[in-house]
Design a binder for this molecule. Sequence first.
Ligand code: ATP
Ligand code: MG
Length: 298
Amino acid sequence: MLKVEFYGGKGGVGKTTLSSARAYYYTKLGKKTLLVSTDPAHSISDVLGVQVGSKIKSITPLLDAIEIDPEEEANLYIDQIRRDMNAILSPVVLEDVNKQLRAAKVMPGTHEASLFDKMIELMDRYKDVYEVMIFDTAPTGHTLRLLTLPELLIEWFAGLIKKREKIVKLKAMLGLKEEDPILTRLKMRHAIFLKAKDIIQSENTSIHLVMNPEKMPLEETKKAMRFLSEAHQPVTEIIINKILPPNIVDPFFKNRIEKEQEVISEVKAIYKDLKITEIYMIDQDMDADSLIKIIDLL
Ligand SMILES: Nc1ncnc2c1ncn2[C@@H]1O[C@H](COP(=O)(O)OP(=O)(O)OP(=O)(O)O)[C@@H](O)[C@H]1O
Ligand SMILES: [Mg+2]
């Protein structure tokens, strides 16, 4: 059964570093793993030291990686809608629709919608190929919000399907019996959301929040935790990253180390039931070599 892990958190906290490290960690356990980046900044290439693109690339015998480009996916998505519309609309109306579609490419939400579809497609299509899929998300937090979409939209689509079916029935009564592309599309969307809900709410899917040991990020983490738990998408692990090593004796750092430890204690006290993982700041930027040090801490 495919295990799926999402890594979220604010900008720069270490999502890419830790999701890559976890992916390696699973390969060390002998599990065939796919690391997926949904971040347009494409930083898994930097961490892995290998150029990854929008096609699945083999990194090691057990590790593959892919970078989803939300822009590219959005274009494919809009093109698909255009093809559907072509089939059902007159050329005059179509010109207007095309204008709207061009605007939709840059509309908020289009990237997210196409990103969501691509993620579901990967999970569904390769569920028998990989044992683990790790998603490194973009800092905006939109990706984690996307996970709560199916629950919200399944009923809405079911309602739209019912309405459309009534129209199709009426048309049939008038002797206009033909395949209805809109109904087909709606049913497809509904099916995708049902599948997505199944995968996302499965016991084998988990959310991992990354934070740094500071007061402000703790507040952000609390907010994210609340949102996700209200959306029935509970977090299973909080990773506190870039903790100053306690053996620094310089007085400048002493106060900082104390403050950090206070935050860590607070996280542990508030989230007693969660797995809390502590990762120390290492003495260099992340590359394939320094990543090994992190993997050992996981
Ligand atoms: N434990 C660590 N020790 C030292 N440096 C670290 C550690 N974790 C991450 N870094 C460094 O912090 C920077 C940000 O890390 P990373 O890119 O993984 O964060 P991110 O959350 O993915 O960022 P973004 O939000 O921009 O996607 C990088 O330069 C990385 O090398
Ligand atoms: Mg990143």
